[in-house]
Design a protein around this ligand. Structure first.
Ligand code: ADP
Ligand code: MG
Length: 691
């Protein structure tokens, strides 16, 4: 059994646990002794300084100390049994109430000392405490050691008391057999407590200091393992040899560039040079192209795709929404037709026959380029010679999806793009396996979008303004407030709005309606009409949030703007200001709350996506921001990518150094580490390439 290790030992066999409690533990995701010991306290209750009951306020959550005077059993109604215990304390007494736990009575003989935790109420002239947790005292000391008592995330049927005793039992049985997997040099360098000590101290700290140190170790451990996995993945990719090679002459690329109505900005050129160098390397490209909305990432990625075509290879472009996929398809097929390059669109709206035709063209290698949503990563989509994969608006996809498309080809060159900048520490992890290119400037001649936040009373003036812009040949978006989840609300609010607008303030404009409930073909039609200027004002939901590029649109009105997050507002604003004409973004809201005002003012004050990302962080706090799960990486349990950025940087350095020294983790001193890594990321093996 010790051979197996505590990560496999079923928690059920820990003394006092058994099958019934094991089933309850399973609800908390606890199956093994390891899981149980890694179920860390949410907080600690300090029971060293206790107030008397009369000093506590009603409604307060408190821990009190008392000595049993009398026990009374009440049955106020069928199904409710109350054990009411009168407890003497210094200078008075109070009542502790246990609900439907009649067995409690046996433990509470007169004179017994107890600690009780719960909500204090003043009722009928009595001080009463509804007990949620308790502990018997031996002499004056709590049996459990007192001091800082751990409080765990738990479920209703599993009391704190029970969890505590099971964890204590598991620690007693196992602590002696748990070896630290962190390399001793690292443990020493950062003076981390060793694993068995850290486990003991995070659950039952002798004092505050030990609790903090134990937690610090687990934070480091978590970040280190994640960075190690990422470093191994980077290394693995860098050692793959791709089967395709590119010639150095760039016939199609040059023709395409010559046909563009503009020249590349220096940021675009720099990014393209970096991409070319990656493509020329024997190992696959794995690069992130970062650049604010409107910086012209699409053109750069098109160059990479064309280079594949130039060499008789295939390229794929994946976008997060059908609308964006369709737009890319139209742009690409439009600009590439003169070059004789065929482009396919893989859309959810295809019928069976179209789909099959496309599939066979791809697998036969007859179709050099294809655009699509995540439909592109379905199993039956096969390529003959996939060499370049571009993923647009990468933040909308998880890392897993990225990995799947990567495996479709034989080590294709992968370029992912994003306009949603994230703070550096997040990028280190979420994009930890990628090289990064950044386009810092916008194409010349762009004027910053003039942004205003106004109350709804300004709407008539706003609509008059839209009419003037339309009369001058421009176009506008009016974005409705809605929550993506409730498509019904979605529908009625947009339909109602367009109805009002067409009868009143925008009667002289040609309006179009776009929302999530439309069929794909209908959406495409609406977008095309908007692109051609047939529709002058597009009343829409956030389906246009990312990527949509209609340079003639100059006005973006966002209704109930306070309902959107900063990143979303910035993306929406990015739909205008894509041409040379002055553009406007009008945020309409009557929400006076501080948070809403902060967000709206942030939008007004800057057009820089990076600045907004930092403000967003400031606003939302680290917790919400740093969810790794959404991105497909393992969820962090104790560490926080933002709060713990210092530890993250150190962990990353250590991981990189270690992988350089022992790339396969084969040194004897890394044996336990390799095992731990494998165990921790078993569910993410495919992406992190851990074996
Ligand atoms: P994003 O980086 O947000 O994806 P796009 O690639 O959609 O931006 O480009 C935004 C607009 O800018 C497009 O209409 C594109 O044709 C245009 N554009 C791209 N590069 C340049 C450039 N160097 N000069 C002028 N316009 C450009
Ligand atoms: Mg884009």
């Amino acid at each position: 059994m010790t051979q197996e290790g505590y990560e496999h030992y079923p928690v059920q066999y820990v003394k006092t646990v058994g099958p019934r409690r094991a089933a309850l533990l399973q609800r908390l995701g606890i199956k093994t002794v390891r899981d149980l010991l890694y179920h860390f306290p949410r907080e600690y209750q300090d029971r060293t300084v206790l107030k008397p009951s009369h000093a506590c306020a009603a409604g307060e959550q408190v821990t009190l100390r008392g000595r049993v005077v009398a026990v009374q059993e009440l049955t106020p109604r069928p199904g409710l049994r109350i054990t009411k215990v009168r407890l003497a304390e210094q200078g008075g007494y109070f009542f502790a109430l246990w609900f439907n736990q009649p067995y409690i009575k046996k433990q509470l003989s007169a004179g017994t000392g107890v600690l009780v935790t719960g909500k204090l109420e003043r009722r009928f002239g009595e001080i009463q405490l509804a007990v949620s947790d308790y502990e018997l005292l031996e002499g004056d000391e709590p049996a459990g050691g007192g001091g800082m008592v751990p409080v765990y995330p738990s479920t209703e049927q599993l009391s704190q008391r029970l969890l505590r005793s099971m964890i204590r039992m598991a620690l007693d049985e196992w602590a002696g057999q748990i070896a630290d997997f962190l390399p001793p040099s690292i443990v020493k360098k950062y003076s981390l407590p060793e694993l068995p000590v850290a486990l003991a101290h995070i659950h039952f700290p002798p004092g505050e200091r030990e609790a903090v140190r134990a937690r610090k170790r687990f934070i480091f451990e978590e970040l280190f393992l994640l960075q190690l996995a990422l470093a191994l993945r980077r290394r693995r990719i860098s050692r793959q040899i791709k089967p395709h090679r590119y010639r150095t002459n760039l016939e199609l690329v040059d023709k395409y560039l010559a046909g563009l109505p503009f020249t590349l900005t220096s940021g675009q050129q720099q990014a393209w040079r970096e991409i070319m160098a990656d493509m020329d390397a024997p190992s696959p490209m794995n690069r992130l192209l970062q650049g604010d909305v409107g910086s012209g990432k699409t053109v750069v990625s098109t160059l990479a795709l064309l280079r594949a075509v130039d060499n008789g290879l295939q390229g794929a472009l994946m976008a997060p929404t059908e609308i964006l996929a369709e737009q890319h398809y139209l742009t690409l097929s439009g600009t590439l037709a003169p070059l004789g390059v065929k482009v396919g669109l893989f859309s959810g709206g295809m019928n069976k026959k179209e789909r099959e035709a496309l599939l066979s063209a791809l697998s036969a290698g007859e179709l050099p380029l294809v655009v699509g949503t995540h439909a592109l990563i379905q199993e039956d989509v096969q390529f003959k010679r996939l060499a370049v994969v571009v993923i647009d608006e990468q933040h909308r996809f998880g890392v897993r999806q990225r990995a799947i498309l990567q495996y479709k080809g034989q080590y294709p060159d992968v370029l992912v793009m994003t306009a949603t900048p994230i703070p550096r520490t997040l990028a280190l992890t979420l994009y930890g396996d990628l090289e990064v290119s950044t386009i810092r400037e916008l194409p010349p001649g762009r004027r910053p979008v003039i942004t205003r936040a106004v109350p709804p009373s300004h709407l008539p003036a706003i609509y008059r303004f839209i009419c003037r812009e339309v009369a001058a040949g421009r176009q506008a978006y009016v974005v409705c407030p809605l929550v993506e989840e409730s498509e019904k609300v979605d529908l009625t609010s947009t339909v109602q709005l367009i109805d009002e607008l067409s009868r009143g303030p925008l009667a002289r404009c040609r309006l179009g309606l776009l929302h999530g409930r439309l069929k794909q073909a209908e959406k495409n039609q609406v977008m095309e009409d908007f692109r051609r200027g047939e529709i002058q004002v597009l009343v829409t939901t956030t389906v246009v949030e990312v990527g949509v590029d209609v340079p003639n649109a100059t006005v973006m009105v966002i209704l109930d703007a306070d309902r959107f997050g900063l990143a979303q507002l910035h993306q929406l604003r990015g739909r205008v200001g894509r041409g040379a004409a002055q553009a406007y973004c009008i945020l309409v809201s009557d929400n006076k709350s501080r948070e809403a005002q902060f967000r709206l003012q942030a939008m007004v004050s800057t057009g820089d996506g990076f600045v907004l990302a930092e403000k967003d962080l400031q606003l939302r706090g680290p917790g919400e921001f740093s969810g790794t799960r959404q991105s497909g990486l393992p969820e962090l349990k104790v560490a926080d990518l933002v709060r713990d950025w210092r530890a993250l940087e150190l962990a990353r350095q250590e991981a990189v150094t270690l992988v350089r020294r022992d790339p396969e983790l084969t040194l004897p001193e890394h044996h336990l580490l390799a095992r731990e890594l494998y165990h921790r990321f078993s569910a993410h093996r495919g992406y992190l390439a851990i074996s």
